[in-house]
Design a protein around this ligand. Structure first.
Ligand code: NAG
Ligand code: NAG
Length: 346
């Protein structure tokens, strides 16, 4: 196609200017081989960009259209600066919701395959392809329901997810639920939490189990904190699911309905007994101790490294004579240490 365009342009030129005339396509290709190759490559990049961008746009907008009635009827503000769905990159769209009882904010991201990017698309043939996903993270207002970590995840990815997220690793155990679809499993800190949350969401998740990546109710950070928190971590509900193609976009609706059901449902129903409450508090104290210990070790290591660095720096500034003396002294010290070890072993 490129070749024809090029050739036509050349023939047109013949009349207007004394442009070279080519006997055959063969000759043309020999003359402009590289240029043609570059040009077709650029054209391919461009076409991929336009088609891929359009595909992702349709998928993101259709998915949003499915969720929008729920969002509109439950939040007073959908989107930012007039746009309900904000584009961040041709394969990433941002959702922002606020203005609802019990809820601080909702941050969401529709993240799709980078279809607009030819190189990255080609590279995905050599790795496991990333699916199109939507994640909705709800930050709840503090102190409206019990602390605790609870999740519903697919059985086949459950272990990997439990290892990936700090709160799931530290606080939850896997447990089967009779009322849940066979492909799903819960990770929970306490059966009281499970009993409080399952009736709100179980039915919904069963209806769209195959699209669910994870559903997590948590009062703890998802990534291992380096330092002791200075204030309580906000309570959050995270929902992540894979996207069907645009034609079947409605299939994910039950998942979003489950999330919406939690917004009033948790503050209403999720209040565990005093015994479990103190058990949950105890688990957090233990976790804090671990974090504190680790932070301390980390700090000690840093100090030691700094000391060594400074020592090396000082040695650099010594005279050659002094450096030699120091090296000899260190060697002697090392020798004595070795001898001591030998005698000990003997
Ligand atoms: C949230 O949306 C659902 C579905 O539209 C609706 O039934 C429910 O009443 C809404 N909740 C509130 C608090 O508006
Ligand atoms: C939502 O929360 C999860 C878990 O903390 C995190 O991995 C993800 O990046 C968050 N996504 C958004 C859009 O905030």
């Amino acid at each position: 196609m490129v070749a024809t365009v090029y050739a036509d342009a050349t023939t047109d030129n013949v009349n207007s200017a004394a442009a070279p005339y080519f006997e055959s396509f063969q000759e043309l290709r020999e003359r402009f081989g590289h240029e043609l190759m570059y040009l077709s490559f650029i054209l391919l990049l461009l076409i991929t960009y336009l088609v891929g961008k359009r595909h992702n746009e349709v998928l993101a907008k259709t998915t949003m259209a499915v969720m929008l009635p729920l969002f509109r009827s439950n939040f007073s503000r959908v989107g930012d600066n007039g746009a309900e769905l904000a584009i961040d990159a041709p394969h990433e769209y941002i959702i922002y919701l606020t203005g609802r009882r019990h809820v601080a904010t909702v941050h969401g991201l529709i993240k799709m395959k980078p279809r607009q990017d030819l190189i990255r698309t080609l590279l995905t043939f050599f790795s496991t392809p990333t699916p199109d996903t939507c994640t909705l993270n709800v930050t709840m207002n503090p102190d409206q329901y019990s602390d605790g970590v609870f999740a519903i995840v697919p059985k086949n990815t459950g272990t990997a997810l439990r290892n990936k997220f700090y709160d799931l690793t530290t606080f939850t155990k896997a447990s089967n639920q009779k009322v849940l679809d066979d492909s799903l499993i819960t990770l929970t800190e306490s059966s009281e939490l499970t009993d409080a949350i399952m009736p709100l969401v179980g039915e919904h998740f069963n209806k769209a189990a195959k699209w669910l990546d994870y559903f997590i109710v948590s009062d703890q950070p998802s990534y291992n904190p380096d330092n002791l928190p200075t204030e309580p971590h906000p309570k959050r509900i995270s929902l992540s699911f894979r996207l069907p193609n645009a034609r079947n976009a409605r299939e994910i609706l039950p998942l979003v309905e489950a999330l919406i059901a939690c917004l009033d449902g948790l503050p209403q129903d999720c209040h565990v007994s005093t015994v479990i409450k103190s058990k949950i508090a105890k688990a957090r104290e233990e976790a804090q101790k671990d974090i504190g210990k680790k932070a301390q070790l980390e700090r000690a290591k840093e100090l030691e490294e700094k000391r060594l660095r400074e020592k090396r720096e000082q040695e650099k500034h010594l005279s050659p004579e002094a450096q030699r003396k120091l090296a000899a002294k260190e060697e002697k010290k090392a020798l004595r240490k070795r001898q001591k070890q030998v005698t000990k072993r003997g």
